[in-house]
Design a protein around this ligand. Structure first.
Ligand code: CAA
Ligand code: NAD
Length: 293
């Protein structure tokens, strides 16, 4: 495989997980955030995950030190210029992603492969901000990245087949099961998952049941690991809101439209677990309190 060094952009919920699994798979990994504080916060999260693995006996102390040694945090885009593959995991907004890849395209040699972890944006629309759409794919990981076994590998109409196969093999090298998806809005998983999550908010708005009862219904009645509101808080309400806008724009179908309550919660800064409040209040993290409508 030609991939030796990996770059990850964004060290939030997803970027930190992606950087962790790349370093655990043996790749020297450079991860970029916008401030030193956010680099530190992201690396601390990875450190906590590694500590949990050591405690469980799933990772030796020596292996943890090796993983740490392969990870480098930075605020400088320049530090990614020698990467063979760059995976982007920043905010779900097209202008930000296009601006970033425009800058990376100037910085990196022509052979560097670019990938976006976008949940819903057409990959080709991001790839078109570079002069190398043939070396551009979607690598869509799932939250929490160290645990979820899937990666959707997304091919656009412009992706070179050899580059695509290399990315499928890269996904497997990370210990994930790669599935092949084309560049349709939301790929495979979010095409099915997003309408379900938005419908849960609509059910709440219509008084079908409370946050707790709807969550328990889907957990205990269907065996889902989390109810829809716990999952919405886990994914991030801001991210879900952006995803719904992008998917509504793509399909013009009501099932993808953002429910007014979701919009208002995002406007209030209630972005879910990461901000301390969403459909649950996490003031006491061990005992989240459901929102009462
Ligand atoms: N990071 C790393 N590891 C984590 C973790 C995290 N954030 N959270 C939990 N884990 C690990 C735990 O250490 C534990 O490991 P072991 O089994 O080896 O001990 C394991 O995951 C299970 O954790 P818990 O026992 O604490 O809790 P759980 O059984 O409830 O599992 C969960 C937690 C795996 C998150 C589970 O609740 C789950 O699968 N939830 C659904 C997640 C989901 O649907 N993700 C997809 C979201 S959609 C998406 O990502 C796409 C998009 O574009 C929006
Ligand atoms: P997040 O808000 O947790 O993290 C995004 C991070 O990117 C922030 O820390 C921000 O400071 C940083 N950032 C913004 N611009 C940057 C730049 N130019 N350079 C470096 N860092 C920058 O968001 P997230 O949940 O990690 O989502 C990131 C991407 O992954 C989005 O495209 C999202 O749709 C996608 N995604 C999210 C999930 C999920 O469950 N949250 C799942 C799969 C895919």
């Amino acid at each position: 495989m030609a991939i030796q060094i990996v770059g990850v952009i964004g060290c939030g919920l997803m970027g930190s997980g992606i950087a962790q699994v790349c370093a655990q798979a043996g790749f020297p990994t450079v991860v970029r955030e916008v401030s030193a504080e956010l680099v530190e916060k992201g690396l601390k999260g990875i450190e906590k995950n590694l500590a949990r693995l050591v405690e469980k006996g799933a990772l030796t102390d020596a292996a943890r030190n090796e993983v740490r040694g392969r990870l480098k945090g930075t605020t400088l885009l320049d530090d990614l210029k020698d990467c063979d593959l760059i995976v982007e995991a920043i905010i779900e907004q097209l202008p930000a992603k296009r601006e970033l890849f425009g800058a990376l395209d100037k910085l990196c040699p022509p052979q560097t492969i670019f990938a976006s972890n976008t949940s819903s944006l057409p990959i080709i629309e991001i790839a078109a901000s570079t002069g190398r759409p043939q070396r551009f794919v979607g690598l869509h990981f799932f939250n929490p990245v160290p645990v979820m076994k899937l990666v959707e590998v997304v091919k656009t109409i412009a992706t070179d087949s050899a580059v695509y196969e290399e990315m499928v093999a890269f996904g497997a090298k990370l210990g994930k099961t790669p599935v092949r998806a084309n560049d349709g809005g939301g790929f495979i998983v979010n095409r099915l998952l997003v309408p379900y999550l938005l419908d849960a908010v609509r059910a709440l708005e219509e008084g079908v049941g409370s946050v707790e009862d709807i969550d328990n219904s889907m957990k205990l009645g269907c065996g889902y690991p989390m109810g829809p509101f716990t999952l919405l808080d886990f994914v991030g309400l801001d991210t879900t809101y952006y995803i719904s806008q992008i998917m509504f724009d793509e399909f013009k179908e009501k099932r993808f439209a953002a429910p007014p309550l979701l919009k208002r919660m995002v406007l209030a800064g209630w972005n879910g677990k990461k901000s301390g409040r969403g459909f649950y209040d996490y003031a006491d993290p061990a005992n989240p309190k459901p929102m009462q409508l």
